[in-house]
Design a protein around this ligand. Structure first.
Ligand SMILES: C[S@@+](CC[C@H](N)C(=O)[O-])C[C@H]1O[C@@H](n2cnc3c(N)ncnc32)[C@H](O)[C@@H]1O
Length: 213
């Protein structure tokens, strides 16, 4: 928890401006000014909002950036749990998202305080690159997913093969980790996940995978 970016997540003022001011600009930055990441993000929000009875876990939820979308289409006993270890982020999340289907809990993504096989969807968006030891977080998400459940990740990716400059410099300055192109995909496949789909949007990647039914 020592990088400048990781320290920022503990700042109360930052937690209050994160969702409306910082995240949209940061999202656009992943496509170096283009719209691929923002476009995918919009599609993801619509996907999360589809109708259904689901238990949704949002690992490293921050101020609950996806909470409203994730509960919009929920039916029956469907619910959303956001987990984060930053108290200021969780305070902001609870202030903004007061809804009977939404719960926020404090915890470490490496040791989810949750039962195995209990969620239909587990997301970890814009957070893995802040976590010094990120791959065990995917193991934990896999553990708590029900058979047939889906995992959705948004994180960084090494875009150097596309000739994009400055990725190492950004990583060095912010402490953000840049994942190798196959690193997340290979890890999920090693866990036994199926239908692992990767979409690269510049220096960002979305990965969608399913736990075998
Ligand atoms: C950039 S924010 C992302 C918030 C939200 N998921 C989004 O997409 O906008 C990253 C979040 O990861 C959280 N975080 C970092 N390491 C964590 C860990 N080991 N366990 C739980 N949360 C963590 C930080 O506190 C911060 O709220």
């Amino acid at each position: 928890m020592n990088s400048p970016a990781a320290r920022l997540m503990q700042n109360r003022l930052f937690s209050q401006i994160y969702e409306k001011l910082w995240r949209p600009v940061f999202t656009r930055g992943f496509s170096l000014g283009g719209s691929a990441t923002a476009d995918y993000d919009r599609a993801l929000r619509a996907y999360l909002a589809r109708p259904g009875e689901r238990a949704v876990l949002d690992v490293a939820c921050g101020p609950g950036n996806y909470a409203a979308d994730a509960v919009r289409g929920l039916t029956g006993r469907g619910h959303y749990v956001g987990l984060d270890f930053s108290a200021p982020m969780l305070a902001e999340a609870a202030r903004v998202h007061d809804h009977p289907r939404i719960t926020f809990i404090r915890g470490d993504a490496h040791h989810l305080p949750l039962t195995a096989d209990s969620f239909d969807t587990a997301t970890c968006l814009a957070a893995l690159y802040l976590i010094p030891d990120p791959l065990p977080v995917l193991d934990e998400m896999f553990r708590v997913l029900r058979p047939g459940g889906e995992l959705i990740v948004f994180t960084s990716v090494d875009a150097s093969v596309a000739g994009l400059p400055g990725v190492d410099a950004v990583a060095g300055l912010t402490g953000l980790r840049i994942f190798g192109r196959r690193e997340i995909v290979d890890h999920l496949e090693k866990l036994g996940m199926m239908h692992v789909e990767q979409t690269i949007t510049g220096t960002g990647q979305y990965v969608h995978a399913h736990k075998p039914a």
